[in-house]
Ligand binder design. Structure first.
Ligand SMILES: *Cc1c(COP(=O)(O)O)cnc(C)c1O
Length: 466
């Protein structure tokens, strides 16, 4: 499979290059040159397979021609085994034709683990095949750092350095990062803010000599391999509910648009998907777009669902590219106008095409707490605030009553104890895999807010051989 950029100016790349570089050189996002399409008979055949075997068939076409495809069965097996649940991502029924698929049984209790556990292993295998090493660096305000660390720990060809603002992440978030006992994991508590952390990461990426010498890399949400891995659970959910002989709808609490775009991709691959419901919090740029063709930037405001406190949904560019019939020049011009004017221009005809598939709902914080309470009162299920937004969005839109609707549960309720307790008076118990959190040794280095200090630290501590 070849990969093309959404901005149309980059040379085509193979799977490994798309994996290792993330962003295309023209600033666009990699997309498969053509969508592999599964016939109904091929989809039906997947029903008889184990989760991993079906996942390999679903992902294999995206890696066609890459030697990594040979490693996929083994790496996928290991990645999915990191779920604490034997079903990997179990489906639970909440009501008539209403389901949740729990994507949060991975090491850090968030859906990002599903894709990152595979991505870390693919990364390692691709580097090893090339005789190269990489230094993954990233900044976190608390939520995403632990999933990246869990993905990179113990990988032979990778070292990972994650910066967090000292004293400004919750204790659980910090301990999820600092209690990881692996020689290639380095936590930096920076004497500064999250923005300072981000600025330092940017400055290091902009230092061409350092970037080269350390093989700097990121595992951020625009990496194609994450989307690829996420298509698996949409296909699995739909098959369990009768696809390809019955259409299914999905509801997805969304921020960077990566998760719900994977549902779109599964549809492009032949899965019968009737409707995609996008849930957002008060940071509602996606809801305004799907409701009114109004994708205009506003300031980011904190909410009870912090992983969706986003204004620029970076993976939306992939949908835009498709809505523009894969015209890279048009997508580049639209993105440029968006950056310049703070508003994405899209003609009504193309927007109508999008809104005939997508619906969106916004819930503010009090509505989010109501949603957690309502679902708990009616079903006994405790939901985290992100998932609750998706479930309530689904219940409010209920597009076609006879089509099963699957809500993607993106975080374990124990990750957001304050909101869950405020809403229900109940705390979700921390699952056994995190029980060690409060009596394990923490490892981190406190550094001053200085690019030079961080650069030196990385130089001293990254391994030069695995
Ligand atoms: C990252 C995240 C989201 C948003 O997913 P996107 O792919 O960025 O849209 C939603 N919920 C939780 C819990 C997350 O961690």
């Amino acid at each position: 499979m070849r990969y093309i950029s959404t901005r149309g100016q980059a040379p085509e790349a193979g799977f490994e290059e798309a994996l290792l570089t993330g962003l295309a050189p023209d600033g666009g996002l990699y997309m498969p040159a053509a969508w592999p399409v599964f016939s109904p008979a091929e989809l039906r055949d997947l029903r008889a397979l184990s989760w991993t075997d079906a996942a390999v068939r679903i992902m294999r076409p995206f890696m066609a021609g890459s030697p990594l495809a040979d490693d996929l069965p083994q790496l996928a097996e290991q990645a999915f085994a990191s779920s604490a649940h034997p079903a990997v991502c179990p489906l639970k029924q909440l009501g008539p034709d209403l389901w949740v698929m729990e994507l949060f049984h991975g090491p850090t209790l968030a859906f990002k683990d599903v894709a990152l556990q595979l991505l870390g292993r693919l990364f390692d295998a691709a580097l090893t095949r090339r005789g190269r090493r990489a230094t993954v660096i990233g900044a976190t305000s608390g939520d995403t750092g632990s999933a990246a660390i869990a993905a990179c720990r113990d990988r032979q060809a990778v070292d990972i350095f994650i910066l967090h603002p000292e004293g400004r992440v919750s204790e659980v978030q910090r301990r999820q990062m600092t209690t990881v006992d692996a020689a290639n994991v380095h936590n930096i508590a920076l004497k500064g803010s999250f923005d300072d952390c981000q600025d330092i990461v940017k400055a290091l990426f902009n230092d061409a000599a350092f970037r080269q010498e350390s093989g700097l890399a990121a595992v951020n949400s625009i990496n194609w391999a994450r989307i690829m891995a996420q298509t698996v659970y949409y296909v699995q959910a739909a098959l369990q509910l009768g696809a390809p002989d019955r259409a299914v709808s999905f509801s997805v609490p969304s921020g960077n648009f990566g998760n719900v775009f994977a549902a779109w991709a599964a549809r492009a691959m032949g899965l019968p998907v009737r409707r995609l419901v996008v849930g957002s919090n008060r940071n509602d740029i996606l809801t305004r777009f799907f409701d009114d063709n109004d994708m205009s930037l506003r300031a980011v405001e904190p909410s009870l669902s912090p992983s969706m406190d986003i204004q620029i949904s970076s993976n939306f560019e992939r949908l835009l590219f498709e809505l523009l019939d894969r015209d890279g020049a048009a997508a580049a011009a639209a993105m440029q106008a968006f950056r310049r004017d703070g508003r994405l221009p899209l003609d009504g005809e193309r927007w109508r095409r999008a809104s005939s598939l997508f619906s969106a709902r916004r819930l503010d914080d009090p509505q989010t707490l109501d949603a957690i309470r309502t679902v708990y009162d009616t079903t006994g299920e405790l939901l985290d605030p992100h998932t609750a937004i998706g479930v309530m969005a689904a219940m409010q839109t209920r597009p076609e009553p006879d089509v099963p609707l699957v809500c993607m549960a993106t975080a374990h309720p124990a990750k957001f104890p304050d909101a869950v307790t405020r809403a229900t008076g109940q705390a979700a118990p921390l699952p056994p895999r995190l029980a060690h959190l409060f009596d394990s040794q923490e490892r981190m280095t406190i550094l001053p807010n200085s690019v030079e200090a961080v650069r030196q630290h990385i130089r001293r501590h990254r391994r030069t051989e695995g």
